[in-house]
Design a protein around this ligand. Structure first.
Ligand code: SF4
Length: 237
């Protein structure tokens, strides 16, 4: 049964917003900082970040007739196909699956600004992308905590469309997480999500530390949401 979680996020990093806007160290008018701060505040105001999370054991690893490796998850129709997943999930005994969304409030505001204030829409779009990635960090922290509880190690979250993991698994992920009914995420015929500020991802839960397993809490994207650290332990031993 997927766990539905309301995520509390009250800030995002302005430099991340700039990065999504395409800035890479160029000079810019300092007044832009104020507009970005306003866009961040607006994104937080109109969004309702929520997640659906569940955990599935790895059931089988097979190779299809066309040579594509595929990993099946017990109790779902999710098939993680391709060489990216073969490598990423090599030591996984279970997989944490997440979907997060900012909800339709943010979507409506993006649409409204698209009709009335093009620059404002670009700013809110970048702020919202940063916010939904923060929401994914928060959801991922719950997967890391569950892995630690089971004595397992996590790797980084991997979304459909990265590497050779096809977008065509989106329907099975949303179905396994009941994300259309519980979070309101729908798919277009081309498999794009609405609200557009939504993210799905899988996280490997592995028997031994992975190259991407965190070695230190410093710089960890889950730091602000971590439920392990306050107990005096860490996910990295
Ligand atoms: S803050 Fe530390 S313990 Fe928590 S998830 Fe990050 S690395 Fe692990």
């Amino acid at each position: 049964m997927p766990q539905i979680v309301d995520l509390s996020i009250d800030s995002v990093d302005r430099s991340e917003v700039l990065r999504y806007m395409g800035y890479a160290g160029q000079e810019y008018d300092p007044s832009l900082d104020q507009r970005i701060d306003q866009a961040i505040a607006r994104a937080i105001e109109v969004s309702r970040p929520r997640a659906s999370i569940d955990f599935f054991d790895v059931e089988t690893r097979e190779v299809r007739d066309d040579g594509t490796p595929v990993l099946r998850l017990r109790g779902t129709s999710i098939e993680l196909a391709g060489h990216s997943m073969e490598e990423h999930m090599a030591d996984a005994v279970a997989v944490g699956v997440l979907a997060v969304t900012l909800g339709m409030g943010d979507e409506r505001e993006l649409h409204r600004l698209g009709l009335t204030d093009h620059v404002g829409q670009i700013l809110l779009d970048s702020a919202s992308t940063t916010l939904v990635e923060r929401a994914a960090d928060a959801a991922e922290s719950l997967i890391v905590a569950e892995a630690t509880r089971r004595g397992l190690y996590t790797n980084f979250r991997f979304s459909p469309g990265y590497g050779d993991l096809p977008l065509s698994i989106q329907p099975t992920i949303l179905s396994a997480l009941d994300a259309t009914r519980r979070l309101g995420i729908t798919l277009s015929p081309t498999l794009l999500m609405t609200p557009t500020k939504s993210v799905t991802a899988v996280v490997g839960m592995c028997t031994r530390p992975q190259a991407s397993t965190r070695r230190s809490c410093k710089g960890c994207p889950c730091f602000d949401f971590c439920t392990i650290r306050p107990t005096g332990r860490t996910c990295h031993g």
